[in-house]
Write a protein that binds this ligand. Sequence first.
Ligand code: PRE
Length: 297
Amino acid sequence: MLAYFGPQGTFTEQAALGLGASPADLVPFDTVPAALAATRRGEAEAACVPVENSVEGAVPATMDALTEGEPLVAVAETVLDVRFSVLVRPGGGEVKTVASHPHALAQVRHWLAEHLPDADVVATTSTAAAARAVLAGEFDAAVSAPVAVRHYPLEVLATDVADVRDAKTRFLLLRRPGALPAPTGHDRTSVVITATDRVGALSDLLAELALRGINLTRIESRPTKGRLGEYRFYIDFDGHVAQPRVGDALAALRRHCPDTRFLGSYPKAEAGGPTPGDEEFVAAAEWLAAVREGRGA
Ligand SMILES: O=C(O)C(=O)C[C@]1(C(=O)O)C=C[C@@H](O)C=C1
């Protein structure tokens, strides 16, 4: 069973299918924490959840759920283009209320102001939950994934709705810790670190990556929910932990901050340049071994 952030017809369902899940294996959960909890309990083999959007940024529910509870690690990612359809009940009258996931609403703010200026905007747990609620008569219109209309007998009021062209959302496939995906040469590593409160703490962490020629691809912070001013940093960087330079960097991060959680090394969805090779790291380790054994200098 593969858990995903549902119900049927979410972007996340499409992401899970794009990652090779078979439709018969997919089981929807109404929230990201619920999909991850089913995976932690072993009821689901893996969970597919949204992690960040190019317009609205990180999905806080996913970030928090990744640090609360037993560790899960990402084994794959995928990126989807995000454009919405606005769905209404067939023959439905005036649109007085429009519903969707907060991330979706944030991506169509201008469109709503122009086309449905008088409608009340209501947040739902997901874009597909909004479509389901429109069908049930709770709201008049839903901002949904285009595929939602295949699952819910609604009418399409508008297609291709997006304030920002080329908006994209990134999704992760997460499992309980186990064998890591093999390095491909185009990988990403994710960690979450609770930085200690001292001068230069974050700069020291980032320097460990820079010193080893590792490209930082994302950094986000979330409060620890403990003391005001105490943060967790979600850091993504190029490379796979199996590579000497990346493994070295990860150990250094862990030395700085014992509260470091590994969130996975997995192939990148979008091809970038290959991660720099590790030849000089391997050569230096061999040289050091020789020095220690009295074979070299
Ligand atoms: O509600 C959905 O359809 C989702 O899969 C969630 C989500 C998100 O969390 O950003 C995914 C893609 C879109 O950016 C809007 C909503």
